[in-house]
Ligand binder design. Structure first.
Ligand SMILES: [Zn+2]
Ligand SMILES: [Zn+2]
Length: 284
């Protein structure tokens, strides 16, 4: 089988195992008392009781189907596996059976190109911050689970999405997919570099893919954050409110890309390689 066929077969098997009422009852009983690594195992009798079954043959048959995939047997009974708790978390985060109609809402932020008011939209699970006046700014878009809207104003959602994106993209630049922990690949379009040319960071396994201005993935790096702090950049602000660096290719062999950021207290020059690994940081 091709790797893609194997993935498809694995997804099919993982989802189809859930398509049975008794198996769902077993999993829900385990998830009800799930406390991360502190989860106390449920004994066989407790689990059978929680599911409300008397027929141990039938119960065993379904428990056996789940064993190793969604249920793990430990010394004192049964606990949910990391796979089923991740699926459970995905449902809590994305609330697939609930709908959320969200009208475009003004937020306390402006377009980095024309200074007009910015608005926040929510569509297909993506938060977008856009300019209300011009087409010069492509805007900011990042996936944000529906659950993140609970208890947050539009302004707080914009901030939460920007923080989430910054951490995720920083981790992805560092070589780890924030969703599946797989390795990532960074693609810097050297032949086409301009101040706002996006670099692409993609997961080698799952569907994670972002196109970002090259400064954003570096904000996670201590040296870069402290240099930007020294020249007066307020990193509490969302990425689109930060100064746009002047970007140029300093050398092709080895690849060195320079980003020069100016703010009120000075200039920071950050040099990175083709994987966006920081090679030097200087403040003037
Ligand atoms: Zn604008
Ligand atoms: Zn991934």
């Amino acid at each position: 089988m091709e790797p893609d066929d194997r993935t498809e077969a694995a997804v099919r098997e993982a989802f189809s195992l859930l398509d049975h009422e008794i198996r769902l009852e077993i999993l829900l009983a385990l998830l009800e008392d799930w406390h991360a690594v502190y989860t106390a195992p449920k004994s066989y009798a407790e689990l059978m009781d929680a599911v409300g079954m008397r027929d141990s043959g039938k119960f065993n048959y379904h428990l056996d189907k789940l064993r190793g995939v969604y249920v793990r047997q430990v010394e004192d009974g049964y606990v949910p596996t990391a796979s089923v708790t991740a699926l459970y978390r995905a449902v809590l985060a994305h609330r697939p059976t609930e709908s959320l109609e969200y009208e475009p809402t003004a937020i306390d932020s402006t377009c980095p190109r024309c200074d007009s008011a910015a608005i926040l939209r929510y569509d297909r699970g993506f938060v977008s911050v856009e300019c209300t006046a011009c087409d010069d700014w492509p805007g900011f878009t990042y996936p944000f689970p529906k659950n993140g809207f609970a208890g947050r104003s539009a302004r707080a959602v914009a901030r939460a999405t920007a923080r989430r994106a910054r951490y995720h993209i920083g981790l992805a630049r560092d070589g780890q997919c924030p969703f599946c922990a797989g390795t990532t690949t960074v693609d810097v379009p050297l032949d086409d570099i301009a101040d706002d040319t996006p670099v692409e960071i993609a997961c080698d396994t799952c569907t994670f893919l972002v196109g970002v201005e090259p400064l954003s993935p570096l904000l996670f790096e201590d040296r870069v954050a402290s240099a930007l702090g020294d020249i007066g950049v307020d990193l509490e602000r969302p990425d689109w409110e930060l100064p746009t660096p002047t970007t140029w290719v300093e050398s092709r062999d080895p690849v060195r890309l320079a980003l020069e950021v100016e703010d009120e207290a000075g200039t920071a020059t950050i040099v990175v390689d083709e994987a966006l690994a920081v090679r030097s940081v200087a403040v003037d």
